[in-house]
Write a protein that binds this ligand. Sequence first.
Ligand code: SF4
Length: 302
Amino acid sequence: MGIVFGPVPSRRYGLSLGLDIIPKKTCSFNCIYCEVGLTDNLTIERKPFLKLEDLKGEIDESLKNISHLDVITFSGSGEPTLNSEIGRMIRYLKKNYNFPVVVITNGSLLWMKEVREELSFADIVEPTLNAGKEETFMKISRHDKDIILPLHIEGLIKFREEFKGKYFLELFFVKGVNDDEEDVKKMIEITRKINPDKIHLNTIDRPPSTDCLPVDEEFLLKIKNLLPDKTEILSRFKGLKTYIEIEDFILKTVKVRALKIDDIFSMLKNERKKIEDVICDLIDKGKIKEVIFNGEKYIQGV
Ligand code: SF4
């Protein structure tokens, strides 16, 4: 298991050294939009999947060669708070290094006192809220059966009351799944109750694990206007810039599953003409092909 990755530039936190402390793909959720893939091990059972002793050598070695870094971030192949060693790891980093420690979490275990205590040593914690209704919560997170939305919300609120560091909240939206009036209204109510230090609005940017689509920029702007000034839109609506980036994205995406051309336009958020040129070129090179299914045109990997 790769423990340390990067440093990578992150839109939220600048130059970040990532720590992946969970085996792929172990999570308490199996989100329809997950970019890591489908969850094989759906669980809320916390374990020392990786011990602090396994991390020390690699982190010390990585940090020895890094001249500039903004943060060290726990994220990666699953839910980091499932690792029962996370508290010891955060304390080790805080004791031995001067970099802010960030934990990106789905927030589903924050109702557990020990999880809140372990995360209390971090500088920034960013949990996610992706539903306002129980039915939507199940549809989008396909979570472990022991997690219900009121418990999830209770954990998010309790952690806000206790945590002394910065609390950022991510609101994640998927087109046609949690963007209806009722879900949005409830998510805004919960967000106001939590009153985080910062709110990040996000949607799908990379190939998701199932057939689902991002909301558009207009929708997120509308939500931003309903929330306090500390709200930022994270998604990259300007799109991928270069031909190579677009080509790489299409090849990786259609290798996993066939996509309608309109879905590719919607995911890439770039000039239609540019994307069409890349698709034609890839078809000519025999790297992708067009297939007709149910009267609709799809692009598929070869
Ligand atoms: S919580 Fe994160 S890692 Fe887990 S399934 Fe959802 S998006 Fe993927």
